[in-house]
Design a protein around this ligand. Sequence first.
Ligand SMILES: C[S@@+](CC[C@H](N)C(=O)[O-])C[C@H]1O[C@@H](n2cnc3c(N)ncnc32)[C@H](O)[C@@H]1O
Length: 220
Amino acid sequence: MRPVTADFLEATRASYDAIAPAYTDRFSDWPADSPTLDRSLVTAFAELAREHAPAPVADLGSGPGSVTAHLHALDVPVFGVDISPRMVALARRAHPQLRFHVGSMTALDLPDETLGGILALYSVIHVPDDHLPRAFAEFHRVLRPGGHVLLAFQSGDTDDRTHLSERFGEEISLDCYWRTPDTMADALTKAGIRPQARVLREPLGEEKRPRAFLLARRAA
Ligand SMILES: C[S@@+](CC[C@H](N)C(=O)[O-])C[C@H]1O[C@@H](n2cnc3c(N)ncnc32)[C@H](O)[C@@H]1O
């Protein structure tokens, strides 16, 4: 793995290591407990990604691995990458047939132009603005020409952020950066990944912010 030195990465890793078991208990029922629209968007992404098979999809920030496993069930060759070693251990235990490894989307240990697609659900939210261009440059580097990206993130005003010092009863130090679909689309475009479609849905249940889904494609 390439060296990962930035402080925010260490804070993110330590925070998700601390909450990994509780987070996994709470969120491992995807897709059963996910909104139909969210699931359908992932299914649409799966269809696009299958066009590049056997080139695999990377689920970046795979967490408990339940979405990774859903893509696998849809016949997508897929593996997970997560910055939290404890999350990776739990994902491997829950889905022993799948590959998960520790890594950061800001410095991927993957060769150039090898991925058929990238899924990043609610993980780019932990990358600060000044590191986002580097993350998306990595997406561009590892994607095959024509490969798709599906991002999901809570939509909010750019420059807005939340610092979490506690979650599931654990002491953590985790920053979440809220961005508009336009901001995210601009950042992808600058990296050479062209936005193709976007969905902004209203919050459901306990969700506090609208949910944005952005589909983009590296130029063929
Ligand atoms: C909110 S969880 C989402 C998990 C999963 N994508 C889902 O939707 O269920 C965010 C995940 O992204 C991971 N993460 C955060 N920053 C990362 C980075 N720079 N590289 C890789 N993974 C990261 C965290 O460890 C955590 O597992």
